[in-house]
Ligand binder design. Structure first.
Ligand code: COA
Length: 160
């Protein structure tokens, strides 16, 4: 008999800003989960974001707001604690390269030690999207360049 327990995944990140790469990961993960909570967390190595929390939440809302399975949140503290708060048994992350793998393995193993019942699920980025990261987008924007090519369509009007 099918279980009535919802499969909830947390997709955490800094999203400074959300890019085409992040959007693709969420869209590809939709069939795997009943609900995906896309949440802005706090990375102590990135104390000062380029876009404010309000701007980043607004961008996520514009990108994912029309998807009934997706909820946009923010949190402080441990990612595993926030998983417990929202009932997520899965952490969703994207992998673009072997460098991502080394970084993500350490985080996933730390989270596994903290909360063994929470599984990290990785999706390999789609061809053509593995070169995108938020720092490049920030750098282009800081220097007055066009960033739409790296952003979900829902954000193009914001950055005309
Ligand atoms: N497409 C495009 N870019 C991607 C991507 C994808 N599929 N996957 C990752 N990235 C990029 C991001 O844009 C970001 O780029 P940037 O560094 O140039 O800004 C980079 O890869 C990784 O950042 P992000 O995915 O935002 O996550 P993060 O590594 O900053 O981690 C948290 C953020 C909130 C998840 C993490 O710091 C955290 O868990 N904090 C809570 C404290 C905690 O629990 N600590 C214990 C575990 S470490």
């Amino acid at each position: 008999m099918a279980s009535a327990v919802q499969r909830i995944a947390l997709y955490p990140g800094t999203f400074d800003p959300v890019t085409l790469g992040h959007e693709a990961i969420v869209k590809r993960a939709l069939p795997l989960f009943d609900r995906i909570v896309v949440a802005i967390g706090y990375n102590a190595k990135k104390p000062d974001s380029y876009f404010s929390l309000e701007q980043r939440l607004d961008m996520l809302q514009r990108v994912f707001g029309a998807l009934p399975q997706v909820e946009v949140r923010h949190y402080s503290g441990l990612t595993t604690d926030f998983c417990h708060q929202v009932g997520a048994r899965f952490i969703l992350r994207g992998l673009r390269s072997s460098a991502d793998f080394s970084y993500e393995r350490n985080i996933a193993q730390a989270n596994n030690t903290l909360a063994p019942e929470i599984e990290t699920v990785f999706i390999i980025s789609s061809p053509g999207l593995s070169n995108i990261n938020s720092s490049i987008v920030r750098d282009i924007h800081r220097n007055g360049g066009p960033i739409s090519a790296f952003l979900p369509e829902a954000l193009h009007a914001l950055f005309k």
